[in-house]
Design a protein. Structure first.
Length: 169
């Protein structure tokens, strides 16, 4: 077959050009059809990346955090850094539950009011709070969960360090 193509130079060149054109057209068509939905698909993924005790970390969580960091800080963080942070958060959450140090709804509400009450003395604006919560965490529930985890983390840290004392020496 190679001898056949060596003898017929015009046919060989035509077939190579035809193949190259078909390759380019197929790449353009399939590239245009796929769009830029890869990040959105990752954000909705429920595939497990890690499991900490009974709690799971999904590809969607990691992708959503990466996207928020990119939007707010205009840079990307290494995925391992985000994953390590999520694992740490889950460990603290599990330990807080085990010790009974989880934050109550009232504590979460007080912390949110403290964060979002304007300094000029005006009242708490729920619409502004919801808008900021969605921008920062993706949803109000996720934002409140992060506030709950922060309060629980402070309680666990206080519990762990309460027995620590340093002598004068």
């Amino acid at each position: 077959m190679l001898k056949f193509f060596n003898k017929m130079e015009k046919t060989r060149n035509f077939l190579l050009i035809l193949f190259a054109v078909m390759l380019v057209v197929s790449l353009v068509v399939f590239g245009a059809l796929s769009g830029n939905d890869v990040q959105q698909d990752l954000g909705r993924s429920t595939e497990k990346v890690a499991r900490v005790g009974s709690k799971q970390i999904t590809v969607g969580e990691v992708a959503n955090i990466q996207e928020r960091v990119l939007q707010t800080q205009r840079r990307t963080l290494p995925t391992s850094l985000i994953l390590n942070s999520l694992i740490r958060d889950r460990l603290v959450e599990i330990e807080a539950e085990r010790l009974g140090l989880t934050a109550s709804d009232k504590e979460v509400a007080n912390q949110i009011r403290k964060i979002f009450t304007p300094a000029d003395g005006t009242s708490f604006d729920k619409a502004r709070y919801e808008q900021n919560a969605v921008r920062q965490a993706g949803s109000v529930a996720a934002f409140e969960s992060s506030i709950r985890n922060q309060i629980s983390e402070r309680k666990v840290n206080a519990y762990i360090t309460s027995g620590v004392s340093a002598s004068e020496e």
